[in-house]
Design a protein. Structure first.
Lengths: 212, 212
DNA sequence: GTCTATAAAGAGATAGAC
DNA sequence: GTCTATCTCTTTATAGAC
């Protein structure tokens, strides 16, 4: 990061502009998550960020650009969290542990961290086509993490050979992403949800006696 | 159904009004599925139904009412299809068969039947609160089918006792509903997707040697 | 940098002719 | 029953004061 002479003080000091910009982005993520892209009004975002709709345009060019940044942050954060969680495991850790760590980090991103990752899954299919296209490379990057994780595991004999990996990836990510639609704080915690999901994916739900 | 003297001909004959109304509903389901509730314009729906935006109001009071009927039809149809598929099985059919039939019927509703059920999952979280509340009883009715199916199976020892049933229901329905977001005709057919999902849920993905 | 005011466009909904 | 025209309201975006 380049040193910045700054407005009076030393370097490092956050400019007021950046703070406000961040507050607006946070608000946008929350509103997008709750109302979707077309349903989110700039006035909703401004209200939540304690400013006026017109003032947003000092920091952002358009609603589209706001969505684009929320999308990027959302996938980057969940990607980083999931990557960090799996890389923290010992080198030769079994697939079951890797899956468990990845699932738990992804669920946390959806349900208990900031709103960016949940907003991402909510609005990705609703934003204008050009925004979605510019977002595609980041999206694929995260998809590749899962593809690689599963491919390595199947190659190592840790996933049955007859399991279709794309279907498995969609089952897992679908179940995780859908949690945004139904989860409300109360019964199961995000960690418990992650644990239950991981166990079902690994072992299935049949009792020993019925396994085939 | 009451006999209707009709406009000239005998009873039974579909009135022109009903045909048009149905065409508009079909169009609305498709547009809602593709653009979400706030993103769908009445002009989009009118275009697809080969009529004018203003003409919709002869058949429907408002955009909300249109959404309400699409929601109702969507859940009723998938509910009926899933119910029929499971009831077609022999009386004491094992849980694996019941689950397989239910999953296949639900996936078909999402991916290859008309657009109503897919529209339902796309807009349910986006419609005005009062629409959602009026829809709730139908939604719960379908939810109860799955709750009962899983509860009976666990009571009969066909699902491990330590599986959390609400989590299992959300895993299954999440994976199935999310297919609306990623599926494109091409590689796997809806039937193959259903089969892969069912197998993973029942058996998990570990090879025999790694099972625990 | 942020505000207020307002322009410009788009959406749902209504009116009245046919 | 459907169309065209239009009303009204909302929303994104811009302009200019402070």
């Amino acid at each position: 990061m380049t040193v910045n002479a700054g407005p009076g003080k030393r370097e490092q000091r956050l400019r007021k502009s950046d703070v406000t910009r961040g507050r607006i982005l946070d608000a946008a993520a929350e509103v997008f998550r709750d109302k979707g892209y077309p349903g989110a009004r700039l006035s909703d975002i401004a209200d939540l960020a304690d400013t006026q709709a017109g003032s947003l345009y000092y920091h952002f060019d358009s609603k589209e650009q706001l969505a684009e940044e929320v999308l990027a942050i959302g996938v980057d954060r969940v990607s980083a969290a999931v990557g960090a969680a799996t890389e923290a495991l010992p080198a030769g850790a079994p697939f079951a542990d890797r899956l468990s760590a990845a699932v738990e980090a992804h669920v946390a991103g959806m349900l208990q961290n900031d709103a960016y990752s949940a907003a991402n899954v909510r609005i990705i299919s609703q934003v204008p086509i050009d925004v979605r296209e510019r977002h595609l490379s980041r999206h694929r990057h995260y998809g590749a993490f899962w593809r690689d994780l599963l491919a390595a595991a199947q190659a190592a004999g840790e996933i049955r050979a007859d399991v279709d990996l794309p279907a498995m990836r969609m089952l897992i990510l679908g179940a995780l992403n859908w949690s945004v639609e139904w989860y409300r704080p109360g019964r199961l915690t995000p960690q418990e949800i992650a644990r239950q999901f991981t166990e079902m994916i690994l072992r299935g739900i049949l009792p020993q006696s019925k396994r085939f």
